[in-house]
Design a protein around this ligand. Structure first.
Ligand SMILES: C[S@@+](CC[C@H](N)C(=O)[O-])C[C@H]1O[C@@H](n2cnc3c(N)ncnc32)[C@H](O)[C@@H]1O
Length: 269
């Protein structure tokens, strides 16, 4: 079977920084280079970094269907991978582009990073992805990263197409499923799809969004589940100030404070 990464197994002891446990405790966000870490709802750069080093090679193409502030494309540029990022909101895509331009190329030869301002759910957006691949003499993706809104926990905009405005959990899951179905046939066989998501509370009830979306992926695509990774959530300063209030509420209401999110890893079969 052709290798999908650049890990030399003869020197496996040298890759100490590549995570292999299903529990990721990462205490510090990587703020190096163009990463700012200030976009509400962004993920830490270590997530795409770990996924790319484990499941892609230099020159491979990664698709991020919810680009936000551009974390994935910045990591692509750092690691010599190509990347396509889709973001619904033009003002956020602009921030992503500005940050991307601040990051220097690790290996400029032949790699590209492009941003599409569009709705990931739409079929036409898939055509745009295919077109970009074609322009670069490619026809497949080697990794798909999906980091959607965690339903309505953070409202990203007032736009109807914004997944954070889905009226119900069911509607959110349907739109999420459409995103998976839209791009999965562009993923090369034996390659990976990663979904990063957290659960939520609604009306004092735990809503297991992570488990719901896992089920959706398994039902919308020919993939196998490779890992459920649980990662700690790093609070920003504003959230740390609220900690006592949360703890009081948790004690009073009989619930637990979210400290984790999931990285659900699937392999195309
Ligand atoms: C959880 S954030 C992604 C953050 C990103 N990983 C980062 O590090 O900045 C989700 C993003 O999806 C965008 N979004 C919501 N609905 C969308 C849709 N239908 N198509 C494309 N992007 C969408 C939001 O504007 C938001 O920027």
């Amino acid at each position: 079977m052709p290798k999908i990464n650049e890990i030399n197994l003869k020197k496996w002891k040298e890759y100490e920084d590549i995570l292999t446990d299903s529990l990721w405790i990462i205490s510090e966000r990587d703020k190096s280079g163009a990463h700012k870490g200030d976009y509400h709802g962004n993920f830490i750069p270590q997530i795409p970094n770990q996924l790319m080093r484990r499941f892609t090679k230099k020159g491979d193409v990664i698709l991020d269907t919810f680009l936000g502030s551009g974390t994935t494309l910045i990591e692509c540029r750092k690691l010599g991978r190509s990347g396509i990022g889709i973001e619904l909101l033009p003002e956020i895509a602009k921030i992503a582009e500005q940050r991307l331009n601040q990051e220097s190329f690790f290996d400029p030869k032949g790699t590209f990073q492009e941003i599409i301002i569009a709705d990931s759910v739409k079929q036409e957006t898939k055509k745009q992805v295919t077109e970009i691949l074609k322009n670069h003499n490619q026809n497949k993706l080697q990794l798909i990263i999906i980091h959607p809104p965690y339903h309505d926990i953070i409202k990203f905009s007032d736009r109807a197409e914004d997944l954070s405005n889905a009226k119900t959990t069911q509607e959110f899951l349907e739109l999420f499923g459409k995103v998976v179905s839209n791009y999965i046939d562009l993923l090369e066989n034996k390659h990976h799809l990663a979904v990063i998501i957290g659960d939520k509370y609604s009306k004092s009830e735990w809503v297991p969004l992570g488990f719901f979306v896992m089920d959706k992926v398994l039902n919308s695509a020919k993939v196998k589940l490779k890992s459920i990774i649980v990662k700690n959530m790093v609070n920003n300063r504003a959230k740390r100030n609220l900690e006592n209030l949360w703890r009081y509420r948790a004690l009073a209401g009989g619930y637990y404070i979210f400290r984790h999110e999931y990285i659900l890893l699937f392999q195309k079969i």
